[in-house]
Design a protein around this ligand. Structure first.
Ligand SMILES: [Zn+2]
Length: 380
């Protein structure tokens, strides 16, 4: 925990501000008299709700060490993301549960990880087995959710924030959604081919999100009736988008922003082990995947994507490019919006952790340099 003070231009207003912190907590935030000049931009740290691995570390592997998890968390922080939801994908249920148990123990025993891992995203095995909809998840391992599964997840995670991605058309899913909500978890629909009627029932049961819209569906869709139209036509869902310009095409990305309120959209990288690492072959659990220079992850010989190798900070700039906005206009989609969706604290307010980014841009508006602070400290 540190004490400190900086002067910078506040990203939301363009005004010069002075921000101070004691013991890593913001205790001063006020307008500064000096002209902003070339001071760096100040913005709240990024938050990513779907991180499967990073910097060569695969969270789906058994027996990860604390050093490995720290490598991933620190590389994420260097990419602007101070807090994230560690994501576990479909596997045999006992294996998934064991991983969650172990990772939670690692996190609880380490102060830096307690702050970095803000919660858990459980994506599978309660997903569609239909071709295209299961994506890179193994359909043979999918399960229908039962109250016991949901209670087990809650017992393992206690009061931690949990995001559960679920396909609502599965047997018992609506009851599972209602139970998860009553136990304080958030539910996002995804890897699903549910009808409009079932999507609306899922919202009624307590689902509030839709996971990586535009992904986890077949390449070819019925133009009259498909999961994209149905999800966008269902009131009450916040959607996550992977803003790498590939998972969601730029026209669709812009359209989603026209259809939904800004606060109902948040960005995620859905990053896997290759993110923040060089192009090459990597593993996600039992899957072997290939990462191209475009930071896209593919299963060799298949056309579907298997997560991204996008870095959070690059996601902000790519989102801004697609929207034809300044990067500052895309920042909240990767910070304030996901944090609000999961009801975790974020933002540069008195009494909050001094988690922020100092951004310097070049003349064309591209990223020139990035400094990232967690609890007021740049390096931990
Ligand atoms: Zn997915």
């Amino acid at each position: 925990m540190s004490d400190g003070e900086i002067q910078a231009r506040y990203y939301a207003t363009g005004q010069s501000v002075r921000v101070g912190w004691r013991q890593g907590i913001i205790n001063r935030f006020e307008a500064a008299a000096a002209p902003p000049g070339r001071d760096p931009w100040l913005a709240p740290a990024l938050v990513d709700l779907q991180i499967n691995g990073f910097a060569g570390v695969d969270f789906q592997r058994d027996n990860l060490t604390i050093e490995e998890v720290l490598v991933a968390a620190r590389a994420l922080r260097e990419a602007g993301c101070v807090r994230f939801f560690l994501t576990l994908i479909t596997d045999e249920w006992p294996k998934l549960v064991e991983r969650l148990k172990r990772l939670r123990q690692l996190r609880d025993g380490h102060e830096e990880l307690r702050h970095a891992i803000a919660g858990w995203h459980i994506e599978g095995p309660f997903l569609s087995t239909e071709p295209g909809f299961h994506g890179a998840h193994n359909p043979a391992l999918m399960l229908d959710p039962t109250p016991d599964h949901i209670r087990e997840l809650r017992a393992l995670t206690h009061t931690d924030p949990v995001l559960l991605t679920i396909a609502p058309e599965l047997q018992g899913a609506l009851e599972a959604i209602a139970l998860a909500r009553s136990l304080g978890m958030k539910v996002s629909l995804g890897h699903t081919n549910a009808s409009s009627e079932v999507l609306r029932k899922a919202v009624k049961a307590g689902a509030t999100g839709f996971t990586h819209l535009g992904n986890a569906c077949p390449q070819l869709l019925d133009r009259h009736d498909n999961i994209l139209w149905r999800a966008l036509d269902t009131p009450g869902l916040s959607v996550s988008l992977i803003p790498d310009q590939i998972h969601v095409s730029p026209p669709l990305f812009r359209l989603v922003h026209r259809v939904l309120r800004t606060e109902a959209i948040y960005y995620t990288t859905d990053a896997m082990a290759a993110a923040g690492a060089s192009p090459g072959r990597y593993s996600i659990g039992p899957l072997e995947v290939e990462v191209g220079p475009d930071q896209i992850v593919r299963q060799p010989g298949k056309s579907n994507y298997a997560g991204s190798a996008l870095r959070p900070i690059d996601g902000v700039f790519r989102a801004a490019r697609m929207l034809g906005r300044d990067w500052r206009g895309a920042w909240d989609g990767f910070s304030i919006c996901p944090a609000k969706f999961m009801s975790i604290g974020v933002g540069l307010t008195m009494g909050s952790p001094a988690d922020f980014c100092l951004v310097q841009t070049d003349e064309s508006g591209g990223l020139e340099s990035l400094r990232v602070f967690s609890h007021g400290k740049e390096t931990l």
